[in-house]
Write a protein that binds this ligand. Structure first.
Ligand code: EPU
Length: 423
């Protein structure tokens, strides 16, 4: 197991490039199931979760691989022989987003058997809305032996009104509806840029999806779809994390490929904290102020402040002047970074789904443990400013969603390295 060892205190300077978006890549890789022939995706981040999705596709009988050398950002997927439309427990338990194969499988092959994802560290995360949507399109759904079994000779367009706004739920049902007979109207959809990106890919394949990026998506089913070649959009959460790295370290960094239209809420909060943000050269520059100010944060669905940036902003607030109130409204257990931030000297109190962060003059380095993906990013951000050495263990969480973060930070001047931990 690897750990990250770092020494805080260096202001980050320079330019850094954002990789492709994990949460766009996962549904988009699954969408390859909808077409015959070879589908090519570029700018696919090299992450553990992406490797898991490729493995899920291979287990079913697809050819799915990342190319090498100069094309290492490219994945090719083709359906050569017979597909076994099944995602086994062994893979789904390591990545709940594996459930994204459910919609495409039942739409294209008439049946799917996908292990039920259990809860995870940040919350219970049920998939009832995915199933509700598929049922509305005529799928017959049974839960047996820990698996969801879905069947439909031919899905039919229908009305889906989500009770809860769900990102992967919206994506799963969208991928089913593109091959359903007739028109589907989906209401109360997630409006995340990754949902829009998936719709862009589906439309390139020949689907008729309208309204993605708004809360109502209308889909006119088509008979078949074609393989495509598509470059995945940049990761807004990685971009936001790098902007916070500039802010917390007292630096000045250009985050290349960061798209301001996807980062409004994060940029607003960084500005409110005193940072200077400018859009330039195909990216966003963040210049830290002399002294950071505390800001309040409430996570909501897009276009609100993203839950996936809550832990990182909390790290920033631990060293800002004043008191910050951070409310987490998407997941019920997404404060697991708090006890670890305490170990670095942060002053944080949790009351239900709210954390009150009193800024301290300084943090001091310590060994800490990553508990989930964004928590690990927040500990590394805190380590950038903590006095002395911070060691973050269990970085496999980090590797699920950040492509070589320590190398990117080192390129900006951070004293940070990855070391192999003895078993
Ligand atoms: N929910 C239900 N029923 C459902 C689906 C969701 O009650 O059928 C609830 C969830 O329990 C949660 C809320 O609805 O309380 C929102 O969950 P959502 O379904 O939107 O989350 P998700 O699709 O499972 C995606 C991202 C997450 C991100 C959330 C929220 C992917 C692969 N994952 O998860 O990303 O936090 O949306 O924006 O797109 C991460 O990258 O670190 C990460 C966790």
């Amino acid at each position: 197991m690897d750990k990250i060892v770092m020494k805080g205190g260096t202001a980050l300077h320079g330019e850094v490039e954002v990789s492709g978006a994990k949460n766009a890549a996962l549904p988009i890789l699954a969408s390859a199931l909808l077409a015959d022939g070879t589908t090519t995706f570029r700018n696919v981040p090299d992450l553990a979760d992406v490797a898991t999705m490729l493995e899920v596709l291979r287990t079913m009988g697809c050819e799915a691989a990342r190319l090498t050398g100069k094309k290492a950002d490219t994945c090719e997927i083709s359906i050569a022989g017979t597909i076994t439309p099944e995602a086994p427990y062994e893979l789904v338990k390591t990545m709940r987003a594996s459930v994204l194969v459910l919609g495409p499988l039942v739409a294209r092959f008439g049946r799917a058997r996908v292990s039920m994802p259990g809860g995870c560290a940040i919350g219970a995360r049920p998939i009832d809305q995915h199933l509700k949507g598929l049922k509305a399109l005529g799928a017959d759904i049974h839960l047996t032996e820990g698996y969801v079994e879905a069947r439909a000779k031919q899905l039919k367009g229908g009305m889906v009104n989500f009770d809860v706004i769900t990102v992967t739920g919206t994506e799963n049902v969208m991928m089913a509806a593109v091959l359903a007979k007739g028109r589907t109207v989906m209401e109360n959809c997630a409006r995340e840029p990754e949902v829009e990106e998936l719709a862009r890919v589906l439309n390139k394949m020949g689907a008729k999806v309208e309204g993605a990026g708004t809360s109502v998506i209308t889909i006119e089913g088509v008979e078949s779809l074609n393989p495509v070649d598509h470059a995945i959009l940049p990761d807004r959460i990685e971009a936001g994390t790098l902007l916070v790295a500039a802010a917390i370290s007292g630096g000045n960094v250009l985050v290349k490929h960061a798209r301001p239209e996807h980062l409004d809420a994060v940029m607003d909060k960084l500005r409110e904290a005193g940072c200077t943000l400018t859009v330039e050269d195909g990216g966003i520059r963040c210049k830290a102020p002399r002294s950071l100010k505390s800001v309040n944060i409430t996570t909501t669905e897009h276009p609100g402040f993203p839950t996936d940036m809550q832990a990182q902003l909390m790290a920033l607030m631990t060293v800002s002047h004043g008191t910050s109130v951070i409310s987490e409204n998407i997941f019920e257990n997404r404060f697991m970074h708090v006890p670890e931030l305490h170990r670095l000297g942060a002053d944080i109190t949790i009351q239900g789904h709210t954390a009150v962060v009193k800024g301290v003059k300084k943090l001091s380095g310590a060994p800490v443990m990553a508990t989930d993906l964004r928590a690990s990013a927040s500990l590394i951000l805190a380590g950038l400013v903590a006095d002395g050495q911070t060691e973050v263990s269990r970085v496999y969480h980090l590797d699920r969603g950040y492509e070589r973060l320590e190398r990117k930070l080192r390129g900006l001047g951070a004293e940070i390295r990855r070391v192999k931990e003895r078993a």
